[in-house]
Design a protein around this ligand. Structure first.
Ligand code: SF4
Length: 652
């Protein structure tokens, strides 16, 4: 792509900014952002988190890849986010293309346009960005000068609904994968781009770990189910494998976290303390697809916190992972960090929802000087029976003991997370959430001797996800979900003694059905996504923009041609024999193991965490030629001494 095609569009954009909301989100130049000279690089990536800046900027995945790529000689990466509809309209009117916030270059000028999808609700935003960029919406219409459109992130574990719109997908960890891909593209470009787009995509596909949807044909049975998915080029694997970075200490990213200009959802620095989870909650896609567990060492964490705080000036650190209290040395980590930053007034947070007293101890440690406002626990299922089905091994007794410890330690507010619509669930299971909340309040009043105890119950609708034991499960319809939640609300509100102390937050069942359609959809769903986009669908993850009626209208228009409908994708239970749309994407999990675990769920049989018990043969460790990696290492946090307070302010 010649340099002039990559020239900054800022002069044109600048003229539009006074007319849009929050223009600051489009100007770039954040602390720790990077702009490399275009001509000095031969492989160029545009990275997108397909949501607004305020949600996209803190995304760790994009931040990590941005840094990993920019650190490489001769490679540049810039970021782009979804523009709000007000700017979209002006960009269309004035012919300004989708641009990066770093150097305001047109996205079309880059070699790769990589999108990270944490959720399927970003799909329509991808189409908006492609169209604004002047890149054909469908892969088959793209030419040599269009970027390779690449999907990653958790939703990419079933990229079939967007198969027509992307050129490639990578499943699993991106750090090493983007560098490997860069090398292949660089070599192909250096050779003069032989064989055009087809050739570079073939080279990527033949690695066995880049999925190129166009190289697979999907054959269907007369009843609408998939018969098989077959590679249509030689040398393309039947199954595409996921990427797994084995040693997190080798990848201490982000080293220089981005500091947002505009307000964002997280104003803090995050350090990922381990990746993967083996607790085996059957509803949790993140836990299943990120196996095995890989811990960052205690010293690695200490260094990342220290350097990251220096690089950003943030005053809050979040210790991230899927279940942060499960790090084998979390006690020492929490104490070490609390000791070291006590005088600096650096806030520490551990987004853990584990239901046990240890979690409360950790929270106490991290809030030594802070205000003890609220603690969150996630029993997920309202009844003991339900928690067995989902493999969340928490008894009501555990919960009461835990909240008792919390209230006894001065915490005044407890938040409980649940799901509604879980497999085999009845009204009774959900109504027990009310009993649980009432018992929590009663215990809180008893332990604290006060009446102003609060408990908030927050409920999300369950959406069955690919690569989990619940991938075969029927989803509860939006109407049934709403009816069940209404009964629960009435039970809570109707209780004279405790009702006023219980907050109740829930979403209606409609967005869950759209998410379900996109999560377990196949290539035929692409026509629905396109129709929704063309009908004006944008920012589906935002309540004020999401339109269930639009999704259903577009589905009713497009799906009958294939003999299927929304219920077929959502509320229908799948059988063992059915070929699932994502079966050719190998998450490392053995399908038979997932099926057995689904049967165990139906029998209400629990399975332990394999970190502490023998292996259950889920398949991941042999597939990755590894084993579970946990400490303790016995090392101390850092060879540094605890800082002494310095008169007048912060030390660093
Ligand atoms: S293969 Fe065994 S040890 Fe490894 S994650 Fe699966 S169940 Fe756990």
């Amino acid at each position: 792509m010649p340099a002039e095609a990559a020239a900054s569009v800022f002069p044109q954009l600048e003229a539009l900014l006074p007319h849009v909301q929050k223009p600051i989100q489009y100007v770039g130049g954040e602390l720790n952002s990077t702009v490399k000279p275009w001509e000095a690089c031969d492989v160029r990536w545009a990275l997108m988190y397909p949501d607004a800046y305020e949600v996209g900027l803190p995304n760790q995945g994009v931040m990590i890849l941005y840094e990993v790529l920019n650190e490489r000689e001769g490679v540049l990466a810039e970021r782009t986010y979804s523009v709000w509809p007000d700017l979209e309209e002006l960009m269309r009117e004035h012919g300004v293309p989708q641009f990066t916030v770093d150097a305001h270059r047109p996205v079309k000028a880059f070699d790769v346009f990589g999108l990270s999808f944490s959720t399927e609700l970003g799909y329509t935003n991808m189409l908006t960005a492609l169209d604004l960029a002047g890149i054909p919406l469908e892969s088959k219409d793209r030419g040599l000068d269009d970027p390779i459109v690449l999907a990653g992130g958790h939703a990419a574990f079933n990229p079939e609904p967007i198969a027509d719109f992307i050129d490639a997908a990578i499943i699993g960890d991106g750090e090493q994968a983007v560098l490997d891909m860069t090398d292949i593209i660089r070599a192909w470009k250096a050779e003069g781009r032989p064989g055009g787009r087809e050739e570079v995509l073939l080279r990527l596909a033949r690695t066995g770990s880049v999925y190129i949807p166009a190289f697979y044909d999907v054959e269907y049975l007369a009843d609408g189910r998939i018969a098989r998915v077959v590679p249509n080029r030689s040398g393309v694997p039947w199954r595409v494998s996921k990427h797994t970075v084995m040693d997190l200490d080798e990848w201490p990213y982000p080293k220089q976290p981005l500091v947002p200009l505009a307000e964002t959802v997280h104003e803090r620095m995050s350090v990922e303390i381990f990746r993967g989870c083996t607790r085996g909650c059957r509803f949790c896609q993140a836990g299943m697809i990120t196996r095995p567990v890989r811990e960052r060492s205690i010293t690695g964490i200490g260094e990342m916190v220290e350097k990251g705080l220096k690089a950003t000036g943030f005053e809050e650190v979040g210790l991230l992972s899927l279940s942060s209290a499960d790090h084998s040395e979390i006690g020492d980590i929490a104490k070490g960090l609390a000791d070291r930053y006590e005088e600096d007034k650096v806030g520490l947070s551990l987004p853990s929802t584990r239901v046990d007293a240890f979690n409360v101890d950790l929270a106490n440690e991290l809030t030594r000087n802070g205000r003890r406002s609220g603690l969150t626990f996630a029993p997920e299922g309202g009844s003991e029976r339900m928690r067995k089905v989902i493999n969340k091994m928490v008894s009501e007794e555990d919960l009461i003991r835990t909240v008792s410890t919390a209230y006894g330690n001065g915490w005044r507010q407890v938040k409980l997370y649940f799901m509604c619509g879980l497999p085999t669930e009845t009204d009774e299971d959900v109504l027990q959430i009310a009993d649980m909340a009432m018992n929590v309040i009663a215990e809180g009043r008893k332990v604290s001797g006060q009446n102003d105890i609060r408990c908030t119950v927050s409920i999300g609708g369950f959406v069955p996800k690919p690569h989990t034991p619940f991938q075969w499960a029927p989803q509860l319809s939006a109407e049934e979900t709403d009816a069940r939640l209404t009964k629960l609300r009435d039970k809570i509100r109707g209780d004279k003694k405790y009702g006023r102390s219980i907050g109740f937050r829930y979403h209606d069942g409609k967005p869950g059905i759209v998410e379900g359609l996109l999560s377990r959809g196949d290539r035929r769903i692409g026509s629905v996504i396109r129709a929704v986009y063309e009908d004006g669908g944008r920012f589906d993850g935002w309540r004020e923009h999401f339109s269930y009626d639009r999704w259903m209208r577009c589905a009713d228009k497009t799906l009958p041609a294939f003999g299927v409908d929304v219920d077929w994708y959502t509320t229908r239970e799948r059988t063992y024999e059915e070929v699932l749309p994502w079966d050719h994407l190998d998450s490392g999990l053995d399908k038979d193991w997932l099926w057995e675990d689904w049967q165990d769920a139906l029998d209400e049989t629990e399975v332990d965490d394999c970190r502490w018990t023998p292996c259950f043969d889920c398949g991941v460790c042999p597939a990755m030629s590894t084993e579970i990696q946990v400490g303790p290492t016995g090392k101390k946090l850092l060879p540094l001494t605890v800082k002494q307070p310095v008169a007048g302010g912060h030390v660093h």
